[in-house]
Design a protein around this ligand. Structure first.
Ligand code: PLP
Length: 394
């Protein structure tokens, strides 16, 4: 068998391990006494209109067509609806012929990386980063080059970035709002990033692409804006997912959008189709594609997450924890109270707090708290966070 795949399959992710522990512990002491902050599973129900649209499709559409294959790249009408929405909402050029429907952001990323990279290419990203980036990049034959971010803000450290390019650099991969830090890149950061990419493309005599992983685009708080990247750097590929914005992670639906004005956009789109074919990611779930075509602009109630963020950030800071202010997504990346984050998470378990060590996100000395949980659970968990901090103070 393939030894790399065997190794990937036999090692359960740390997050899954903690989640399983939580289920076991819930049987012992009752679910209400376990404070599981491990998984990024939305706690807000999908908007009613999503379920109504699904019911309507099931009632009114011809069922053979509804459940049948669409084109490999997705239903043309759905792709047109998405292109139209992108144009209207972000004021950029979009086109159904440059959209490819996928099974969520994971598929969008694996396809895009395989479409762009040749064996030995390098893909730069910024720590902390989504744990699967390394797996996805290596599957595409490329190497992930993670760069530390500014530790005070988790924004891009441009001095490190400028030094990281080589003649093997194929793309830079960004994720804003970020999992696990919750940080959003503002317009100034994006303009600077675009300028560096333009300069480095010229220096190395080739187009260096920007891949933007955007499952949390709509999950922002306090009026924070997430710049639309094709507006700032034309050689951009958007990897989008409805997993979080519509609370549909189990239904596996998203898309890839190749900016039509990018260098070799047509060829790149064909490479996306080819990678989708090679990886078996053709024809994303038909029923969900069709629902998406009718629900453009719909978003789950993110005010619930904002309320959770405010409660948790305020309380944890008052107990002496440190974290960068998260403007989006539903994660807090908190400084561990001892250098070894895994040991800190073990200590937290004694208070039935299930946290994820930051090491797998490429950042030692931090833990991730996923606050996509009920507000009541956060309230119940606060005394445990306080006791844990107290233990370290003592
Ligand atoms: N990218 C990031 C940053 C994520 O946090 C996730 C899921 O949590 C994914 C990609 C994968 O998303 P999906 O479930 O849509 O495949």
């Amino acid at each position: 068998m393939n030894q790399r795949m065997y190794a990937l399959g036999s090692k359960r992710s740390v997050i899954r391990e903690i989640f399983e522990f939580g289920k076991k512990r819930a049987q012992e002491i009752g679910a209400e006494n376990v404070y599981d902050f491990s998984l990024g599973n939305p706690s807000v129900a999908p908007p009613q209109i999503v379920e109504d649209t699904l019911c309507e499709l099931l009632k009114t559409e011809n069922s053979t067509a509804l459940h049948g294959y669409t084109s490999a790249q997705g239903d043309a009408g759905v792709r047109a609806a998405i292109a139209n929405y992108i144009e209207k909402t972000h004021g950029v050029e979009a086109n159904a012929d440059f959209l490819y429907m996928t099974c969520g952001a994971a598929a969008s990323l694996t396809i895009t990386l395989s479409a762009l990279c040749e064996e030995g290419d390098e893909v730069i990203t910024f720590a902390p980063y989504f744990t699967e980036y390394k797996v996805f990049t290596e599957t595409a034959g490329a190497k992930l080059i993670p760069l530390a971010s500014d530790p005070d803000t988790f924004q891009i450290d441009f001095r490190l970035l400028e030094k990281a390019f080589t003649n093997k650099t194929r793309a830079v991969l960004v994720n804003s709002p970020n999992n696990p830090s919750g940080v959003v890149y503002n317009e100034e950061t994006i303009k600077r990033l675009a300028a560096v990419l333009t300069e480095m493309s010229a220096k190395y005599g080739k187009t260096i692409y920007l891949i933007t992983d955007e499952p949390y685009r709509e999950l922002v708080y306090g009026g924070v804006k997430v710049p639309y990247l094709t507006k700032y750097y034309k050689h951009t590929v958007v990897c989008y997912s409805y997993s979080k914005s519509l609370s549909l992670p189990g239904d596996r639906i998203g898309y890839i959008f190749v900016n039509p004005t990018a260098d070799q956009a047509k060829e790149l789109y064909l490479a996306v189709c080819g990678a989708g074919r090679a990886l078996g990611y053709v024809c994303a779930p038909s029923l969900f594609q069709k629902m998406i075509g009718r629900c453009q602009g719909v978003v789950s109630d993110v005010s619930v997450y904002e309320k959770n963020r405010d409660l948790l950030v305020g309380a944890l800071r008052s107990y002496g924890y440190h974290c960068v202010q998260p403007d989006g997504a539903f994660y807090l990346f908190v400084k561990s109270l001892e250098p070894d984050a895994a040991a800190f998470c073990e200590q937290a378990k004694k208070y039935d707090l299930l946290l994820v060590p930051g090491d797998d996100f490429g950042c030692k000395g931090y833990v991730r708290i996923a606050y996509c949980v009920s507000h009541e659970m956060i309230k119940r968990a606060l005394p445990s966070f306080e006791k844990l901090a107290q233990e370290y103070k003592n």
